[in-house]
Design a protein around this ligand. Structure first.
Ligand SMILES: [Zn+2]
Length: 206
């Protein structure tokens, strides 16, 4: 798997490109801002993007989907449970005084349990709500791209609309802490970590 990321926007989201090393086919995840930087990441790695995927619907993760869709001419996929955030994108952005595109058209709802394939790679989708009701985690062997559920040394905020502190803990235990210690974790913000490191040191998991 080819994995590249850049930090985008005032809320410093990790925007990822995942692609097959052999065929260079791939996806973009969470293009919250900085379309020129995302295009540079795609083009400098020679990746052919087939879909834009959101881990969840918060504006810092979907703020530039519309513009990137226009540039790439590819569909956008998100879990249906976060559609209320897509629909409310402009309103919440103006409330927070953050510049975003208009709400993007959603082409496909990500299904829990589905597989997302590109080239010779396949991701499996699991549901990890609690920070956002539609937060999905993308898994491939030895790796978990988790959105805003789990961070290095912390967990996602649970004081937002659609958040639930009990649900996020259940998600982390049910879907993430079952993974091997050496599993690499790619959060939506901040540094990468591993399941083992978080199991041993994350104060929210004690
Ligand atoms: Zn979020």
């Amino acid at each position: 798997m080819l994995l590249k990321s850049i930090v985008v926007g005032p809320l410093e989201v990790n925007c990822f490109v995942l692609a097959c090393e052999e065929t260079k086919e791939g996806i973009v995840i969470d293009p919250g801002d900085n379309v020129p930087g995302i295009m540079e990441m795609i083009e400098s790695n020679g990746v052919q993007i087939k879909e834009i995927v959101a881990t969840h619907g918060h504006l810092d993760h979907i703020g530039r989907v519309k513009k990137l869709k226009e540039k790439l001419g590819v569909p956008f996929a998100i879990n249906e449970d976060d559609m209320f955030m897509v629909e409310g994108l402009v309103e919440i952005a103006s409330f927070l005084d953050i510049d975003t595109d208009e709400a993007p058209e959603v082409d496909r709802f990500i299904q829990i349990g589905e597989e997302i394939s590109f080239g010779n790679e396949t991701l499996s989708v699991v549901h990890t709500p609690g920070h956002a009701p539609g937060n999905v985690t993308l898994l491939w062997p030895g790796h978990a791209l988790v959105g805003d559920v789990l961070f290095a040394g912390s967990i996602g905020r649970t004081d937002l609309e659609g958040s639930d502190p009990e649900v996020i803990m259940a998600s982390i235990h049910r879907e993430l802490l079952i993974l091997p210690d050496e599993t690499q974790v790619y959060p939506g913000h901040g540094p990468y970590t591993t399941i083992g490191h978080e199991r041993a040191t994350n104060p929210f998991l004690k």
